[in-house]
Design a protein. Structure first.
Length: 275
């Protein structure tokens, strides 16, 4: 009985996590297939009686949803690329080079990652306005890269430290520069960590709302989270239509996770034991 109890508890905990994670997405998807009348029907109907894609058509018709998707994708890809490039250099320096106050630098990185976003809103807004970047991709790409850097740097440090130094030395003896050894030897061998850091940066940029609402007020530059907010009216909340837009927004992230789940899982598990 003693051995069965922990196993049953683990299965129950795993089931609770799965239900907690999947149920909201399933409910949003089912809602997107219902009519407004069916959604407000009492008693509640769990499955749509007559599934319809009308809400998806209206989601693209009532708001420029395709434009919002393009803007979010562009901002997320650009900020992720910039984040990975800078985080790779920073993580390598902290993992390999003999620099003073390394522990203090790591403590500062951890401290910065804990700052509430709302406390950074005003200084970031003033900085973007001074640079003339408001209502542009740059107004979001630069802040998103800065906000994702601490976590991505910490993830990459643990992987770079796990790569044998002899491999880099051999590459440099063969004529590689230190930068060449980094991008030809260290980064490829740390692929799970790079994918993990990249996915974290991408999701942070894709989901962010506060900065996107504050920095890009023009329709041309709005991203998906802000665009979805505009579906609601002063006295109306078209939940089926909003749910359809949410499903469209979930798809890109879900596709990324499905495509790279093995690398991300290995990256998360390896990063937890190396360092």
């Amino acid at each position: 009985m003693k051995s069965l109890a922990p196993a049953a508890l683990r299965r129950f905990a795993a089931l609770a996590v799965i239900v907690n994670g999947l149920f909201p997405m399933i409910w949003i998807f089912l809602t997107s297939l219902k009519t407004e009348a069916e959604l407000t029907h009492v008693p509640i109907t769990w499955l749509p009686h007559a599934p319809t894609i009308t809400n998806y058509v209206r989601a693209f018709h009532d708001q420029p949803l395709a434009l919002y998707l393009f803007n979010s994708l562009t901002v997320a890809l650009l900020s992720t690329t910039l984040t990975l490039f800078i985080a790779t250099l920073a993580a390598y320096a902290l993992a390999r080079l003999k620099i003073g106050y390394r522990d203090l630098a790591l403590a500062a990185i951890i401290a910065v990652s804990t700052f509430p976003l709302v406390t950074l809103l005003v200084p970031l807004f003033q900085t973007m306005r001074a640079l003339g970047l408001l209502n542009s991709y740059g107004a979001l790409v630069l802040p998103y890269a800065v906000l994702s850097l601490p976590v991505c740097t910490l993830v990459l440090i643990s992987f770079f430290q796990s790569i044998p130094l002899d491999l880099e030395n051999a590459a440099m003896i063969d004529g590689c520069s230190r930068v060449g050894a980094l991008f030809r030897i260290v980064v490829p061998l740390s692929a799970p960590g790079v994918f993990t850091a990249g996915l974290l940066a991408f999701v942070n940029s894709w989901d962010e709302f506060l900065l996107a609402l504050s920095f890009n007020s023009a329709t041309r530059w709005r991203t998906l989270p802000v665009g979805i907010m505009l579906y609601q009216g002063e006295f109306a909340f078209p939940w089926p239509e909003i749910s359809a837009a949410l499903v469209v927004g979930i798809v890109p992230v879900a596709v990324l996770i499905v495509l790279f789940q093995q690398r991300v899982i290995s990256g998360l598990t390896a990063g937890g034991v190396k360092g």
